[in-house]
Design a protein around this ligand. Structure first.
Ligand SMILES: *Cc1c(COP(=O)(O)O)cnc(C)c1O
Length: 387
């Protein structure tokens, strides 16, 4: 028999909320921008600004960046809908039916096709009477999108000759900087430079920007910064990888901008030997107080954190016990006597002296901080703290 008397204290309010520290975001951007200078600074705001909320982040950084990079045209339109006129580059594929709208909204697109799609782009530009801003992407080793490096010189020569294309940039993406694979990175840069070398003076004359670096490369390798850096994860104060952080010769202070909180809704007082959750994967070793959170894997808590992760309650760590359920998660608050239904519970962020970072969740779950923040559900209300 369980000696419990659970009381649900709240059912209608938002089950969780996310707070974004706007000054922290701006300080990160300013710091990274300074590191990268004289290269221009692009903030990557794809995937709902890495879970931080696209519109709010775009508004926060509008004046700190030279360019926003998004993945889909729709994200570019969301930025424009806020009245933001900062240049935008769409990194991912734009469908032929989206081209006219993208040009209308002054979104630069990524071009890597020499065939039918390129013709669509040119036709769209001619119909509207102005060149289509494009960045040409060269694949040097990710094997995803991009012109094969061997064909890039010829293709770019054609693009430079085509008045319907406003060539603004040429770029590549690096595969393994986060893992510190410097030999592979050097090879990628070499392929990129070899493709561009015959066109170097013309690219310079036309002001075409060369770019390759994302967060890790921007922080670690000055020779990869080129004319522009595309910084995503570090802008949000999350490290690309533990290796990146360890390899830095000059420490950079990245401030996590996001806090994610919920509250305890129930406390169960149970004797030793009580199983907790599906599969009975956890059993109490002593008389315990088990706190119940109103969110589970459907609301963004990774199930992989079952019996591994922790949350903060009254400034102390409360371990996740048992399996994370679809809409519920249980935590052990036995050592936190003040814990009560209604206690604020921090999943990511600061509580007293303790902080949990996206990187902690990544370590518990065998993934990267990127996935932890990018998968935070869009429905969680985001609040932007300006002070
Ligand atoms: C996502 C992305 C970036 C940003 O990467 P971070 O590691 O988050 O800085 C840069 N360039 C391209 C092409 C991307 O897709």
């Amino acid at each position: 028999m369980l000696s419990s008397s659970p009381t649900v204290v709240r059912s209608s309010a938002a089950l969780a909320h996310i707070e974004v520290d706007v000054p922290a975001l701006r300080r990160n951007a300013a710091q990274l921008r300074t590191i990268a200078a004289p290269a221009r600074f692009a903030a990557v705001v794809k995937a709902n600004a890495y879970g931080h909320g696209l519109a709010g982040v775009a508004e926060a950084l509008e004046r700190e960046v030279d360019l926003f990079c998004v993945y889909r045209a729709q994200e570019g339109h969301e930025i424009r809908a806020r009245g933001i006129e900062t240049p935008v580059l769409v990194l991912g594929p734009v469908t032929p039916s989206e081209l006219a709208g993208a040009l209308e909204a002054h979104l630069a697109i990524t071009l890597w096709d020499t065939q039918g799609y390129r013709d669509d782009v040119i036709r769209t530009a001619r119909e509207s009477g102005r060149p289509f801003p494009v960045h040409v992407k060269i694949d040097t080793g990710v094997t995803r999108f991009g012109l094969p490096a061997e064909r890039a010189t010829a293709a770019l020569r054609e693009d430079l000759r085509e008045p319907a294309l406003g060539l603004e940039g040429v770029f590549t993406h690096l595969a393994a900087v986060e893992e510190l694979e410097s030999a592979f990175t050097t090879q990628q840069l070499e392929r990129f430079e070899t493709a561009l070398r015959p066109l170097e003076s013309e690219l310079r004359r036309r002001g075409v920007r060369k770019h390759a670096a994302a967060s890790a490369a921007t922080m670690l390798f000055p020779e990869l910064r080129l004319d522009l850096v595309r910084v995503g994860i570090a802008t949000y104060g999350v490290w690309p990888s533990p290796e990146t952080q360890d390899a830095l010769r000059q420490p950079i202070n990245l401030e996590p901008a996001l806090s994610w909180r919920t509250e305890l809704i129930v406390i169960q007082e149970v004797p030793a030997g009580t199983p907790v959750g599906y599969g009975c994967t956890f059993s109490t070793a002593r008389p315990s107080r088990i706190g119940v959170l109103p969110i589970g894997y459907a609301e963004g808590i990774p199930r992989a954190a079952s019996n591994r992760g922790a949350v903060l309650v009254h400034g102390r760590r409360a371990p996740i016990v048992g399996r994370v359920c679809m809409n519920v998660t249980m935590v052990d608050v036995t050592d936190i006597p003040q814990a009560h239904p209604g206690s604020t519970t921090t999943l990511i962020g600061l509580d007293g002296e303790e902080r949990l970072r996206a990187e902690d969740w990544a370590a518990w779950c065998g993934t990267i901080g990127y996935e932890i923040v990018a998968r935070l559900p869009a429905e969680i209300p985001r609040v932007y703290r300006a002070e």
